[in-house]
Design a protein around this ligand. Structure first.
Ligand code: ZN
Length: 261
């Protein structure tokens, strides 16, 4: 057996330091794999629930300054191989020939502004549109969408630029949207759709689903009459952290799988 030489010791030390550095830059491979699995699932769930159609997207934060998002593709068609890693400038981290979503700046700029946000959904759900183009605010109609009571501001893209195609297709427009969102769970985008954020991918998807339900139910209630009882601030506060989002996620997962058959 060869004696352990100084050169071997140095090489082993260098390898250890390299692995530590890599670990700091990238989460363990298993975590990354699970995040990608969940992100693919989130795409399929949002499509199956009617929150996104051919358009719309969902991302998940990979680490402080990186996030994962599909290449430009209809969410129902997204597979693990379609996921691209972006930095907060919304540029792919590795050389990339595949197309990116034009509105990926929504994700990069919100992750930059909101360290608490781990996942972001952008959708064009039709039921949300009326509350962005009128002066009628979304209000919390039932317990599943109590987060609406924290406030859902409306992003007016004209305040940033009077000459856009409505898409958040630049870093400046992404920053303006993030500023409107502030510390809220969601923001409507006038004449366009919404952005919904969460402390986990399950929570972001759950909020996206129930935000859309809230809009439909609120519009139905308003059609019935003006005297509507919304959740009170105390009820909203008491619901905070009281979500059973996992239960819905597991059901939606089954439904998305059935839809894919
Ligand atoms: Zn959009």
């Amino acid at each position: 057996m060869q004696p352990f030489r100084r050169r071997d010791f140095m090489a082993a030390g260098a390898a250890f330091l390299t692995s530590r550095t890599l670990f700091a830059q990238n989460p363990p491979v298993a975590d990354r794999r699970i995040l990608i699995q969940d992100l693919v699932l989130a795409n399929h769930i949002l499509a199956a629930q009617g929150i996104v159609d051919g358009f719309g997207h969902v991302s998940v934060r990979l680490e402080a300054e990186r996030y994962l998002l599909s290449r430009s593709l209809a969410p129902a068609s997204v597979a693990a191989a379609d996921i691209i890693e972006y930095n907060l400038d919304s540029n792919p981290v590795a050389p990339e020939t595949r197309g990116s979503y034009k509105e990926r700046f929504i994700h990069g700029e919100i992750y930059r502004a909101r360290p608490d946000v781990m996942s972001i959904v952008h959708c064009h759900a039709a039921s949300l549109i009326p509350f962005g183009i009128t002066k009628i605010p979304l209000q919390p109609v039932y317990h599943m969408s109590s987060f609406v009571g924290e406030g859902v501001p409306v992003f007016e893209i004209r305040e940033e630029s009077a000459n856009t195609d409505m898409l958040v297709s630049t870093p400046a427009l992404g920053r303006a949207l993030a500023k409107t969102l502030g510390n809220k769970p969601a923001a409507l985008m006038r004449g366009h759709g919404a952005v919904i954020v969460g402390p986990s991918i399950i929570e972001a998807v759950s909020r996206a689903v129930y935000l859309e339900v809230n809009a439909r139910v609120q519009a139905q209630a308003m059609a019935l009459g003006k005297d509507i009882t919304y959740l009170s601030p105390a009820e909203v506060k008491n619901r905070d952290g009281n979500s059973d989002a996992d239960r819905s996620w597991n059901l939606w997962k089954q439904q998305a799988a059935q839809n894919a058959k």
